[in-house]
Each structure stands twice: as C-alpha cells, then as structure tokens.
Design a protein around this ligand. Sequence first.
Ligand code: FAD
Length: 455
Amino acid sequence: ICPVEPGATVSDACASYADLDKLNARLNPALHDLVTETDFFSYYRLNLYNKKCPFWSDDEGLCGNIACAVTTLENEEDIPEIWRAEELSRLEGPKAHHPGKKEQRELERPLQGELGENVGESCVVEYDDECDERDYCVPEDESASAKGDYVSLLDNPERFTGYAGEGAHQIWEAIYRENCFSKPSSSEQSLGSVAIGGPFAGFSGMQGQAAQDLKSVMKEHGRQQASQVGKVEDNMEFDDECLEKRVFYRVISGMHASISTHLCYDYLNQSTGKWGPNLECYKQRLHTHPERISNLYFNYALMARAAGKLKDYVQDYTFCTGDPKQDKRTKNMALNVAKTIPAGPEIFDESVMFRENPLGETGISLKEDFRNRFRNVSRIMDCVGCDKCRLWGKLQTAGYGTALKILFEFNNEQPAPALKRIELVAFFNTLDKVSNAIKALGDFQRMLAEEKGVP
Ligand code: FAD
C-alpha cells in the first residue's frame, strides 16, 4: 500500500500515521469527556461581533445562512457563577488595580467556602487584555469590562455552514499569502498530483516534502535525528525556505484540512434536510490532496506533544468553576488527557526548530517572525464573514497559538508563562477538533472502501 518514492522513507511515514491513529484511539475518548462534560472546557468567551476587520472592509462576504449563526449566552444564569460579569467585577473590588503583564493577583474564592481536599488553593483573577510578548496570538479578553460573549461550544458545533465563495477564499488567501509566509508555489499541485491508489491511498500518500517535514519533527521510535533536517533540504522544491517557514505553512494547512474534514463530516444534505458525512466532499477536499491529510496529522502530532508537556502544569493548575467537586473532576480529566501522551519527543520534536540555520537566520529572529505572523493570522479571523466559522477560526488559532507557546516557551531555562483560562480552553478544544478530524478520516476511508467494494 505504501508507495516508494525518492527521498522519503515512506514505510516510516506510514508507521507514523499508524502510531498516531493508535494514540488517537486512546486520546479521543479522554478528550471527548473533557470538552463535553466540564463547564470549564465547554464555555468560551470571545469578542465575536465587536472587532472590526483590520485589513479590509468586512461588509462584503457576510454569511446570511442560519447555519452561520452562533447562539451566545444572553442570560447570565446560564454562565457558571464565577464567570458572570457581576462576579468578575465584584472580585476586582474597589481597590482593584491592573496587575500588568506579569503580576496576576490571587484572591481567595469568596463565595465557595470549603475547597474540599485542595484547601489553600485560590482562584486567579485573570486580566486577559494585555499581550504577553510570548503569546502567539492576539488574546481574547475575558475580563469583566471587555465586550465579549460567552458561547457554549457544545451548542455551536463546528459543521457545514454554507459559507463559501469570494469572501471565504479571500480569508484563506490572506492567511496563506498576504500576511504569512508565502504559500510554496505549486506545492499543492505537485504533491497533490502524485498517483496513488487503493482504499487507504490518502494515508499512504504522505510524500515528498510533507513526509520529510513530518519526519523532521517527529522522531519515529527515537530513530530520527535532528541532523535529518539538513538532508531534507537537498532534493525538495522548498530549497530556499527554512524548516520554520514550512512548519508555519503546515500548521495553517492542517487547520484548514481539519475545518474541511469537519464540514464534510457534518454536512447538510439539502434535499433530505439531514446532517451527516458527505463522501464526495471528502474526496474533493481531502482524499485527492494527500498533503492536506499529512498536514492534519502533522498538527495532531504537534498538539499532542504540547498536551503531553502540560502534565505538570495541569497538575498545579487551579480550575475555577465555582464548584470544588467539579474542579477536581475537571483536573482529573485534563490530567487523563495529558498522561495518555508519551512525555518525550517521540511523536514531535520541537527542539529542531528555531536554531540558527544555513540561511544565516538566527533562532531568535525566526521565532519572532513566526510569532508575529501567527498573531496576524489571529487578526485575520476578525474578517471571517460567518459567525460560527469566526468562532471556531478564532478558537483554533488561539489553540494553535497556545500549543506553540507551550512547545517553544515552556522550557527549563525560564519559568513557564502563565496560561489564561481561555488559552487552555482553546488549546484542549482545538486538540479535540484535530483528534475528531483524524477519527473522521478513518470513517471516510472505510466508506470509500465500501463504495469500492473492498472488504
Ligand atoms: P476552500 O476550502 O475555501 O480553499 C480555498 C483554496 O485553498 C483551495 O482552492 C485550495 O487551493 C486551497 N486549500 C484548500 N484546502 C487546503 C489545505 N488544507 N491546505 C492548503 N491549501 C488548501 N465552512 C463551513 O461550512 N463550516 C465552517 O465551520 C467553516 N469555517 C471556516 C473558518 C474559516 C477561518 C474560514 C476562512 C472558512 C471557513 N469555512 C467554513 C469555509 C470553508 O473553509 C471553505 O472556504 C468553503 O467551504 C469553500 O470551500 P472551497 O472548496 O471553495 O475551498
């Protein structure tokens, strides 16, 4: 099933897919519990309607379909007590002052009484309106004074909305080209045209640069060495681009592939009015583009590695929903996710990135560039003309931004930066999205095999 082609140890790449599928079989149920059964991870606050698109007039390309609409929580009663505006402003108190970037004021929880077994823990009042220099996205503001809406992520699933055409294309183009590293010329076409066959062709189709990049950062069974990166550059069409720029492209393309998978998997059949998987949609957007599938796996490896790195952080984190029992359960569920993932760099080795490269770019300047461009992507999301797409686009950009922060800023040399509640929510929900997309790919592969009559 795995085709052999020059420059790529395709059998390794296939093993990687299989390894990640195996991991996902365990991780997916744990993530599902976390994001569907806890208040902490199912409510997200963001400024969905009041931010103007900073790049062009956003009056055009608006989506009027009902499926594009987001149900926000209008009624304060529906929001866990601790996050209500009244409560947040009360916590700030008359002597409230802005703690600035570094300082975050800790207050004993005033309303909750006993904290169960974790007596002594306190809730952190978060001020999210300032950007930490180590942030990879523009943070949403969860403070009481901010114009934001609480959204139940469970009530607003990411699915087909009908948002398409010029408006949607303009956003993707801006993300790929205008504000980010330029999309590698013809890479889509050249990689996409590789002839592949068989029911699992999508999986076996990770080739060329896609396979090499994945191999560069994924240490397969500990055999992959950082020195591999040099080899990668040799016979590929991206010769003039460094690993970091390609990684950036893959993160975006993987996110795009995840969105496409979700909209194909939860598609509205307009003749029957029923929601369900649309195999044609999958074939057109994913199956015939194996590099998109490989980028999705790439993102899965990246996100999973970041979640594995979060184990100690989650262990020490104080979850604040106002209900100590639920907080404890939430922590256990989050730990369950983090512990499922191997702690080492077996699945993704970020240490090969942001080193001085043969093009003379230093690690620090590359990282800064990378971070700035990622922040731009998060600003572009304010231009998305469909509310639901904007919600998930913003959340996922914040989720990847948080993953990058965890991967590249959590090291032993300096204290780990604090993660805001909304960063954690965005991160775990984004991982859940990618995990569900990987699972959906498996279902699509089976449907395709059935259609072709392959047992
Ligand atoms: P598009 O998906 O718009 O792609 C445009 C071009 O980009 C393609 O022609 C191709 O050249 C290239 N491309 C496509 N996929 C990839 C990839 N993975 N990697 C690299 N290049 C690629 N629609 C929904 O129904 N539900 C949603 O929740 C939703 N969320 C969205 C969120 C955002 C941020 C944006 C910008 C759009 C969203 N959309 C959503 C719209 C959806 O992504 C498509 O734009 C729309 O369905 C039209 O699809 P298309 O086939 O024309 O190609």
